[in-house]
Ligand binder design. Structure first.
Ligand code: HEC
Length: 104
């Protein structure tokens, strides 16, 4: 790695640490959701309160719950999303699937 790059990386780390100590943890931890408009309460609320991390946790829990309700159900993140992090684009029927499985 060349020196300049190493320096700027090191500087980035230091600045990141400074930022950590001066910003409330919550605001830092929360990288915002990729979308600005939401059709579901689950994701809209999660994005609002804890950003994309929270949305991810909520979705994971929701998928788990849906599978517990129907053990035969084959459901992965890719069932509804055409891409995962960082954009989590939906397949054309992603929303429909979500509502059909009782999501809100
Ligand atoms: C049954 C369909 C379905 C499954 C399965 C699913 N999702 Fe989602 N997901 C959605 C829908 C629909 C939205 C958008 C909700 C909205 O518009 O309010 C979404 C939104 C998200 C978002 C917010 C995206 C943003 O704007 O940043 C994340 C993160 C996410 N899902 C993660 C996951 C993860 C991780 C999994 C697997 C554990 C998963 N999803 C499985 C339907 C699904």
């Amino acid at each position: 790695m060349d020196k300049k790059l190493a320096m700027s990386l090191a500087l980035g780390v230091v600045l990141g640490m400074l930022d950590l100590s001066s910003t409330p943890r919550r605001a830092l931890a929360a990288s915002p959701c990729a979308h600005a408009k939401f059709a579901t309460k689950l994701v809209a609320e999660a994005c609002k309160s804890g950003g994309q991390d929270e949305a991810k946790e909520k979705m994971k829990a929701w998928v788990k719950g849906a599978k517990e309700k129907d053990p035969k159900l084959v459901l992965t993140c890719n069932s509804c999303h055409s891409s995962l992090a960082p954009t989590f684009e939906l397949k054309p029927d992603g929303l429909k699937q979500f509502f059909a499985l009782g999501g809100a």
